[in-house]
Structure formats: C-alpha cells, structure tokens
Write a protein that binds this ligand. Structure first.
Ligand SMILES: CCCCCCCC/C=C\CCCCCCCC(=O)N[C@@H](COP(=O)(O)O)[C@H](O)/C=C/CCCCCCCCCCCCC
Length: 207
C-alpha cells in the first residue's frame, strides 16, 4: 500500500520530513508532508490491530492526497487549496473527496500529535492519559460519540512512555527526549502555516 511503506519507524525520518516541508516563502510542500504522515502511520501500524481503525483512516486520507498530487501535480498545500478554490467555496464544500477536507482532517490530527509529543517530552509516564488529553484538546471535538469512545478505549492499549522512547529508534531515552524537543517546533510550524492558510480561505469547517 503506497500510503504505508515498509520499514521500522524512525522519529528522525519523520522529523526530517516535517523539517523539509516548509519553504522560505512559508509554503508547505506536499511531498515531505505526505512522507511525514507515511512514517507516522508506520508507527501506528506497529502498535497492533487495536489501532487499525485509526491507521486505515489515515492511510485512506494519505492515499487520496497522493492521488490528487499525482493527478494535478500539486507541489504545495497552497497550490492544492488554490486549485480547488477556483471552482468556488460552495462547490468545494459540496465535495466529499476534496484534497482540502482531507488535509483539514490530517491538520487536526497534526495538532493532536504536537500536543501528544509535548506531553511525552514533559515526562508524564501515563501515555493513555497524555493521548486522551491531546485528543480531547484537538480531534475529539470533530468526532461523533462512537469514534470518541472507540479512540479512548484504544488509547488504553498504548505502550508505556519508556517503550515509546525506545520505538523512536533514536538512541538513549535522553537522546529520544532531545529529538522530541527538536521535532515539535517543526510540526508546530507546519500546523501554524496550515491553520493560517485555512483560516484565510474560510476552510476550517469543511464538512
Ligand atoms: C514517538 C511518538 C510518535 C507518535 C506517533 C503517532 C502516530 C500517529 C499516526 C497517525 C495518527 C492518526 C491520524 C488519524 C487521522 C484522523 C483523521 C480524522 O479525524 N478522521 C475522522 C473523520 O474523517 P471523515 O469521516 O470526516 O473523512 C474519522 O472519522 C476517523 C476515524 C478514526 C478515529 C481517529 C482517532 C484519532 C486519534 C488520534 C490518533 C491516536 C493514535 C495513537 C497512537 C500513539
């Protein structure tokens, strides 16, 4: 499946992808953006079947964006937004397969990731608590009750903080925490630029 290439998870690769995302003109490049997501999905898939309903949704969204990227040759999120908005906001809102609505879902998930990684870095050992708090402060408000319920049940199966730091494949715990400190601002930067772009074009509530 193109959206989830094989190979072990490496936080360094994800960090590099999100670092490569932002240009000097504050554009968000689609290729590294999707590459970062593919790396994250690989991690999620390694956590087992209890998370497969989440990884399947993320894989489908990345695959949809890969399709749009290949079909139209978009280089950046900005060019994707510009292209889809050319048909008018009403037409865009009526589409269920638009790149914009799909990016919006991943964008909200990126906020979850930022908060979750900040929590991991803080030293709180209960990953399910960290994950639930990050989820409630980001994605949860956009999900129906049944999805919220399934997600919070799945969070109880998360590995410990120590296991998380190990799976990052970065080295010692201290090195892993240092890399989290490096990664969070890059992810935050991609989030902020996308948030500005979607605010500017009134796209933050695409159905
Ligand atoms: C060393 C630490 C690294 C942490 C790595 C984390 C890896 C996480 C990888 C992927 C995150 C999942 C992204 C999920 C995107 C969800 C998008 C969404 O909101 N989809 C819903 C709406 O879609 P439409 O119906 O409108 O098309 C859809 O209903 C969602 C269904 C699935 C439930 C989503 C719950 C998301 C919970 C947050 C992720 C938790 C992962 C925990 C693993 C640490």
């Amino acid at each position: 499946m193109a959206a989830a290439a094989a190979g072990p998870f490496s936080l360094r690769e994800v960090l590099d992808a999100f670092r490569r995302c932002v240009t000097e003109q504050r554009e968000v490049l689609l290729e590294p953006y999707l590459s970062g997501w593919r790396g994250l999905i690989r991690f999620l898939q390694s956590l087992g079947a209890v998370f497969s309903f989440i990884s399947k949704d993320a894989v489908a969204k990345v695959a949809l964006l890969e399709g749009h990227q290949q079909q139209h040759g978009f280089v950046s999120l900005q060019s994707l937004v510009q292209h889809e908005l050319a048909a008018g906001l009403a037409a865009l809102r009526a589409r269920s397969d638009s790149g914009c609505r799909t990016v919006l879902r991943l964008h909200r998930a990126l906020r979850w990731l930022q908060l979750f990684l900040e929590g991991l870095r803080s030293g709180e050992p209960r990953t399910s608590v960290l994950c639930t708090d990050a989820y409630n402060a980001s994605l949860a408000q956009h999900h129906p009750w049944v999805v919220r319920k399934a997600a919070t049940v799945a969070f109880c199966a998360l590995p410990s903080r120590d296991a998380f730091l190990e799976i990052m494949n970065v080295g010692s715990q201290e090195e892993a925490v240092a890399m989290l400190g490096e990664a969070i601002p890059y992810i935050g930067n991609v989030y902020s630029i996308t948030q500005e772009l979607f605010t500017q074009h009134k796209l933050l509530d695409l159905p």
